[in-house]
Every structure is written in structure tokens, then in C-alpha cells.
Design a protein around this ligand. Structure first.
Ligand SMILES: CC(=O)/C=C/C=C(C)/C=C/C1=C(C)CCCC1(C)C
Ligand SMILES: CC(/C=C/C=O)=C\C=C\C=O
Ligand code: FE2
Length: 561
């Protein structure tokens, strides 16, 4: 069945053995599921089984010129190329040894489909959500991918056009009346996307929820089948249309941060496992203006929620514009200064609010409390992937920039582990410094993880994507030792790795006792899962995908029941 939202056709209608050619065929067909048969484990071949999932896939309807250009790109890196088909599932051949203790599912979310018919999206963050599932059991690995059936995705497929406002894309109204209606829909939130393409979390009650920055884009999925179960409806009267794409989620709570665009400030709220009701914890008013700073993520310590107020702020005019402005829905207001607020988790009171040097970050890594010898908290330390107060990274993430890179220029702006020190003694200023020499990780830094048992606590290791220059995008995996101030880097020339995700070995006591999982998009247009040892940071296993997958953002771990 041809889908109106054209997914690139699968590369093969193979009879039996799946080869992974670098060029796409123009025929319509989907890649069926594979099963591993025959031979020793090491030499098993991937064989197409008859349980083929006849998923819709359709021919791209781009002009021949566009298609030729697209093919050049596609041969290079799958990372920036739309996913080939709606879904696929099958077992992969593992090279190396996956530890037997690794039992469960790594689900990764990300924007994997960047076109509707021949209309191509502009920005990495615009794409419709693609889930990838890696199921580890008994040293074996099954991979699956599937699109999230958001209203935005379904409407685009049905109407063959953009129907909701995405990160940088806005539906084109047919006439003036439609334009006025569209503005009204913006204020009510009706026109905002529910394309949950950013992250995925496992709540304490076991529900797995995909998220983006619009609150309506919270979608429950089944981590075993990747099926879209339905909207996650917040059952409260908190209001607001947007939230931080990264809540803090543990087995006992879900903490979220909601920017208030009307009375510039932020609300912190908490939701218990088993509940859909967020309860108000506290509010902090912005100290700068004219709007709250963008909050993609925020950190917590054991007792505090840290509310960042970046001078990259939401911008009402840019929200209304049909064409993207240089900073999309945001504006850079250095004169408005930057702040960090510290809110007590139990009382909602603000215990510190300090001005800090200007910064730009998507991702906080972790935070903890610093104590004196009497055990009194003297300061909060908060670490983030900091882009040297430079907003150009947003422009680097335009698909044209990502796709047109020829491997020669060094165009990735510098980034570092930005470490905030926020004094709790009433001082008006906080510090922001590099936690280690950024050259340790090639002055690239984003897509971080750490051992979740150390959430809010003093920790030593962070995993992230760093850089081996020249490059246009973080292209290494890096293990950062924040105490030894050193980094160990994994690099495969021409490849783009996704978020290195740390999974602790059950029963481990050492912080880095576990594995790091990433998915790699390689220079041949192919892709594989990589498993590194969390301690040595050496490769322990890899498993090739049947074809390269688009770049993904964030994942979560769902242990086997
Ligand atoms: C993928 C990622 O990191 C960020 C995605 C951000 C999105 C989809 C933001 C969407 C928005 C709108 C559609 C309108 C309101 C503002 C904003 C939250 C930026
Ligand atoms: C991929 C990315 C930044 C890379 C820069 O070095 C940011 C993703 C943000 C959303 O989750
Ligand atoms: Fe993110």
C-alpha cells in the first residue's frame, strides 16, 4: 500500500538473503522481518522470513534532480535521511559478546522522517518521530523500528501536507481566513504539533511515554511492539502548552518544568507513578525578559530543582511567523542576562537565585549538593553541555547543513562541560566554568548520559558525544572523568554516533560498571549498534542493521520483566 506521506522505498524486495545495497531502489516494497538461521552464531546469515510485515511504504515523489541529489546524500550517511519504511523487526547478527546480564530494551526516539511527499523539512528537530528498539536477551539482539502515530504524522499522511506547527515548519494557510483561524489555533494550542520526537521515558508505574516540548506531544507507546497506545493526558488543571522535553523521571516521581510565556516564569510540578496528575510544587519568576529562557532540560539534586533561565528566550513574534527566523521560536537577549534558580523540592521555596555568565545549552547532565564539614549545603553544582554562549549550533542542525557537509571544514561550534557553581549563602552571582579542558573531547559536547543511580548526587563519569575535528556534528563517543579531568574517546572516521546510553550492571557498585549503548550511522550509509564497556570504554559488541537508520535523539532503558 502506498502511503501519501512518502517514505523512501525499501532498498530491497529481496527474495531471501538481505543484502544492504547503498542505493535505494525506486520500487515500492518494505523490508520484511528477518530471522537468523543456520551456521554458527558468528557466521549466521540474515534471512528473510515469511512473517514479513507488509507495512506501507511509498515512492518518494521528488523531481529526478532532487532525487539524484538525495541519493548522493543517502549514500553518505543514513543519519540525515528519512527512515526507509514505516517499520521493521528482526534479529541481528552480533559480533563480539553482549554480556548475558544485559536483559531488556533500549528504546530510542528521534525525528526520523523529514519530508511529506516532495516537500522537505528544514530542521533536524522537525522530523516525524521514529522509534528504534534494541532488545537484549541472553547475548542476543533484536532490532525494530516504527513510526509514532501522532496526530501530526497521521494528518500529514492523510492530507499530504503539513497540518501542525513543528519546530521550524508552519502549515501554509490556504487563504486569509484560514490564517486568522490558524493564529487562534496557535493560542489555544490546537495547531501545535504532538509529534513526540525528542525523548522517551519509563515512568515508575511502567508506562513508557514519548515526549517533545509541546505538552500535547506526550504519547504512550508499547516498548515491546513500539505500537502507539495513545495520548498521555495530564489529568490536572495546571494549564500551559509547553514543557521541558526532558522531565526528571525516577521510579518514584516525574518532575517537570513548565515555562510561563504570559507572566514570564517557570512552574515546577511533580507527578506520582500511577497518576496522570501533575501537582504544583512552586514557581519562579524570570529575572530577565521579555520571556522565559528556553528550557529543553533541567537538573535536580537530592533536595532541589534547578531552574535555568537562559538568555536564549522564547519569542512571541517568532511563534506567530510563518517563515522561520534565524533562531526559530527563540531570540537571543544577552542584555537580559542569565540566571540559575534553586527551588526546594519539598517546599517550592526559592533558596537561591543567582546571575551567571551567559550560556547556551540544550542538555543538563546532572547536579549535586556541595556540603561543608558540618554537612550543611553550601552550593549546588550543575553540569551541562554548554555551547560557549553561542546560538549558532541551532543553525548547524539545519538539514541542509548536515547533509551538505563534505568532511573538510571544521564547522562544529565549540562546546564544553559547563559547570555551574551556585552558592546558597545569598551571594548574587554564580560561576560557570569548563569542568575539564574541552580539548579532551575535541571541543564538541552534547547528548549526554550518566549512571542514573547517581541522579542528583556527586558523580564522576558522564558519557556524551564529542568531536574529532574537522567535523560539522559531534562524531565521537566520549567518556568523561570529571574527577580525573580526562576523557576517553571512541571514533570511527565518517560516522555519526547517537547518544551513548549507560546501563548499569545489576548489583554493580562502581559508578562505571555497566555498558554504553549507541547506534552508529557510518560513512557507507549503513548502521550498527555499538556496545562499549562502561569502564574501559572499549568495544565489546556490535551488530549491523539491515540498513542505515536516521539519527535519533534520546532513549530509555526498560529492564526485562
Ligand atoms: C527535537 C527537539 O529537540 C525539540 C523539539 C522542539 C519542538 C517540537 C518545539 C516546538 C514548539 C512549537 C511547535 C511551538 C511552540 C514553541 C516550541 C516549543 C518551540
Ligand atoms: C543533537 C543536538 C546537538 C548537537 C550539538 O552539538 C541537540 C539535540 C537536542 C535535542 O534533543
Ligand atoms: Fe534533548
Amino acid at each position: 500500500m502506498a502511503s501519501s506521506l512518502s517514505l523512501s522505498p525499501a532498498n530491497t524486495c529481496a527474495k531471501n538473503v538481505i543484502n544492504v545495497p547503498r542505493y535505494f531502489s525506486e520500487e515500492l516494497c518494505s523490508l520484511p522481518a528477518v530471522k537468523v538461521i543456520g551456521g554458527t552464531r558468528k557466521h549466521r546469515r540474515l534471512v528473510v522470513s515469511n512473517v514479513a510485515s507488509q507495512m506501507p511504504a511509498a515512492a518518494a515523489v521528488a523531481s529526478p534532480l532532487d532525487r539524484a541529489a538525495a541519493e548522493v546524500e543517502e549514500r553518505k550517511l543514513a543519519a540525515w535521511t528519512s527512515v526507509r519504511q514505516e517499520r521493521w523487526e528482526g534479529e541481528l547478527v552480533v559480533e563480539g559478546e553482549i554480556p548475558k546480564w544485559l536483559k531488556g530494551t533500549y528504546v530510542r526516539n528521534g525525528p526520523g522522517l523529514w519530508h511529506i511527499g516532495d516537500y522537505n523539512f528544514r530542521h533536524l528537530f522537525d522530523g516525524y518521530a521514529t522509534l528504534v528498539r534494541l532488545y537484549f536477551n541472553d547475548g542476543r539482539l533484536t532490532m525494530a523500528h516504527r513510526q509514532i502515530e501522532s496526530d501530526a504524522y497521521k494528518a500529514a499522511k492523510k492530507n499530504k501536507k503539513l497540518c501542525y506547527r513543528e519546530f521550524s515548519e508552519v502549515p501554509k494557510p490556504d487563504n486569509f481566513l484560514a490564517y486568522v483561524g490558524e493564529l487562534a489555533n496557535l493560542f489555544s494550542g490546537a495547531s501545535l504539533t504532538d509529534n513526540a520526537n525528542t525523548g522517551v521515558v519509563k515512568l515508575g508505574d511502567g508506562r513508557v511515554v514519548c515526549l517533545t516540548e509541546t505538552i500535547k506531544g506526550s504519547i504512550v507507546i508499547d516498548p515491546d511492539t513500539l505500537e502507539t497506545i495513545g495520548k498521555f493526558e495530564y489529568d490536572d488543571s495546571l494549564g500551559f502548552l509547553i514543557h521541558s522535553a526532558h522531565p526528571i523521571v525516577t521510579d518514584s516521581e516525574f518532575l517537570t518544568l513548565l515555562p510561563d510565556l504570559i507572566n514570564p516564569g517557570y512552574v515546577v510540578a511533580r507527578m506520582e507513578p500511577g497518576s496522570n496528575e501533575r501537582k504544583f510544587i512552586g514557581r519562579v519568576n524570570c529575572r530577565g525578559g521579555p520571556a522565559p529562557g528556553w528550557v529543553h532540560s533541567f537538573p535536580v539534586t537530592e533536595h532541589y530543582v534547578i531552574v535555568p533561565e537562559m538568555s536564549l528566550r522564547y519569542c512571541a513574534q517568532n511563534l506567530l511567523k510563518a517563515e522561520p527566523s534565524p533562531l526559530y521560536k527563540f531570540e537571543w537577549h544577552p542584555q537580559s542576562r542569565a540566571f540559575m534558580h534553586v527551588m526546594c523540592k519539598s517546599s517550592g521555596k526559592i533558596v537561591a537565585s543567582v546571575e551567571v555568565p551567559l550560556y547556551v545549552t540544550f542538555h543538563f547532565i546532572n547536579a549535586y549538593e556541595e556540603r561543608d564539614e558540618d554537612g550543611r549545603v553550601t552550593a549546588v553544582i550543575a553540569d551541562c553541555c554548554e555551547h560557549n554562549a553561542d546560538t549558532t549550533i541551532l543553525d548547524n542542525l539545519r538539514l541542509h547543513n548536515l547533509r551538505s557537509y563534505n568532511g573538510q571544514q571544521d564547522v562544529l561550534p565549540d562546546a564544553r562541560v559547563g559547570r555551574f557553581t551556585i552558592p546558597l549563602d545569598g551571594s548574587p552571582y554564580g560561576k560557570l566554568e569548563a569542568a575539564l579542558d574541552p580539548n579532551e573531547h575535541g571541543r564538541g559536547m552534547d547528548m549526554c548520559s550518566f549512571n542514573p543511580s547517581f541522579l542528583g548526587k556527586k558523580y564522576r563519569y558522564a558519557y556524551a558525544c564529542g568531536a574529532q575535528r574537522p567535523c560539522n556534528f559531534p562524531n565521537t563517543l566520549t567518556k568523561i572523568d570529571l574527577v580525573g579531568k580526562k576523557a576517553k574517546n571512541w571514533y570511527d572516521e565518517g560516522s555519526i554516533p547517537s547518544e551513548p546510553f549507560f546501563v548499569a550492571r545489576p548489583g554493580a557498585t562502581d559508578e562505571d560498571d555497566g555498558v554504553v549503548i549507541s547506534m552508529i550511522s557510518d560513512k557507507n550509509g549503513e548502521g550498527y549498534t555499538l556496545v562499549l564497556d562502561g569502564s574501559t570504554f572499549e568495544e565489546i559488541a556490535r551488530a549491523k542493521f539491515p540498513y542505515g537508520l536516521p539519527y535519533g535523539l534520546h532513549g530509555c532503558w526498560v529492564p526485562k520483566k
